[in-house]
Design a protein around this ligand. Structure first.
Ligand SMILES: Cc1cc2nc3c(=O)[nH]c(=O)nc-3n(C[C@H](O)[C@H](O)[C@H](O)COP(=O)(O)OP(=O)(O)OC[C@H]3O[C@@H](n4cnc5c(N)ncnc54)[C@H](O)[C@@H]3O)c2cc1C
Length: 371
């Protein structure tokens, strides 16, 4: 009786688990058993992505009548990344899609899709690599569109877009052929018969992320699916959030690399201590990055140039540190990390993705160099 009373008191005193705690629990209990199959490309975890939506993983960063706060979303993506980098990437895709819809001033679009995306009932991602590179003078826009009654006709192809499948949506941008220089951001509907998803050749990692080449054959995009026209001011508004949410991927991968180094300390510490990079250095870096990410993530609409440069600089350091931490984890593990069954080599492949996904290391360096 006494112990029942005690457990009731304890239950009352326990704070409700935060969204990030719930995400971490699902990561340990439901994602961990799937991580190897996702890495091998035999599973695209759509059911788990919907479960994560049910616990609020995709909704915490939706702006509430003004400001937005990305901290919880980044922590949630990091919790997934500690277990599986590919799932952290899909979480970023979904969170970014939510971020687009939540910032659109097209009320019809927000009403039709806002809840669907943020609850995980509707899944999808983002095709902004090419537009981001275009806005920073690296390549030309690959999609072209022209105005017709009630919308636009869009043609062209994007080589890689992730977190896609039947019934999925993603945000991307075309250039108007009838108004050269004008750009329009829209939601692409993967179920449209004029939009084809072509499987990609196998990647180094990320094969379970629902990544396809997407072709538009004069696809009709109704006004209801327009996120922003013109696109440029909208991209300026959402770009810090787009980049900061990627911090979750890096923080998760780095944290697990530290754990891998710690795990081999007992059998190999006597010789691993001669390696130049030690887990303690990465622990300090991780804390520093997390602090900076949390500070920047609480103010994603900041328009100061100095704020934007801090976002870009943090993203660059996160990509470099992900690769460095995964490299160090490989060296600490030795032969056991060289086994295909060990996650150290998966972490190395995932870390390279953090460094090459848009904005890639070279892109970020160009942004900082251009001023
Ligand atoms: C697994 C995976 C998932 C991705 N998911 C997304 C996504 O969800 N959304 C998104 O917008 N982008 C996605 N990308 C693209 C990614 O963000 C980067 O744009 C890409 O990795 C290249 O970036 P980069 O700046 O290094 O460009 P670079 O590699 O320097 O140049 C890229 C350009 O080179 C050409 N190119 C090079 N290799 C090939 C090839 N094999 N096939 C076709 N064209 C080629 C293309 O024109 C391409 O635009 C994904 C890439 C990968 C590998």
């Amino acid at each position: 009786m006494g112990s029942l009373a005690m457990s009731r008191v304890e239950a009352i005193e326990q704070p409700a688990p935060s969204i990030a705690d719930e995400v971490a629990r699902l990561a340990r209990e439901e994602l961990a058993p799937l991580a190897a199959a996702i890495d091998a490309g035999s599973v695209y975890p759509d059911e788990l992505l919907r479960r994560l939506g049910e616990v609020g993983a995709w909704s915490s960063h939706v702006p509430q009548e003004g400001p937005a706060d990305l901290r919880c979303a980044i922590q949630s993506i990091a919790a997934l990344g500690e277990v599986c980098g590919a799932t952290a990437f899909m979480a970023w895709c979904q969170s970014t899609l939510v971020w687009y819809a939540a910032n659109s001033t097209n009320l019809k679009l927000a009403t039709r899709f806002g809840d669907g995306f943020s609850s995980g009932r509707l899944l999808g991602g983002t095709g902004l690599s090419n537009p981001m590179k275009c806005f920073f003078g690296i390549e030309k826009l690959k999609l072209k569109g022209r105005k017709v009654d009630g919308g636009y006709l869009v043609r062209g192809a994007l080589p890689w877009v992730s977190n896609l499948g039947e019934g999925h949506f993603f945000g991307t941008i075309f250039e108007r052929e009838d108004e050269p220089g004008d750009t329009v951001m829209f939601l692409a509907d993967c179920s449209d018969p004029a939009v084809t998803l072509a499987p990609c050749k196998p990647f180094l990692a990320m094969d379970g992320t629902g990544t396809y080449g997407v072709q538009f054959r004069d696809a009709f995009v109704p006004d209801e699916l327009i996120l922003a026209a013109p696109a440029a001011p909208f991209v300026k508004k959402i770009r810090a959030g787009f980049i900061l949410l990627q911090a979750g991927m890096a923080l998760g991968v780095i944290r697990d690399c530290i754990r891998i180094m710690d795990e081999v300390n007992a059998p190999l510490g006597h010789v691993n201590r001669y390696l130049p990079q030690q887990p303690q250095q990465f622990r300090e870096l991780h804390s520093e990055f997390e602090r900076e990410a949390m500070t920047l993530a609480s103010d994603p609409y900041n328009t100061d140039d100095s704020y934007w440069r801090r976002v870009v600089a943090l993203r660059l350091r996160l990509g470099d540190a992900s690769v460095a931490a995964a490299h160090a984890a490989m060296l600490h593990c030795g032969a056991r990390g060289y086994l295909r069954s060990h996650r150290a080599q998966r972490r190395l492949r995932e870390a390279y993705f953090v460094a090459i996904v848009t904005p890639a290391t070279k892109h970020l360096r160009k942004m900082l160099a251009d001023g």
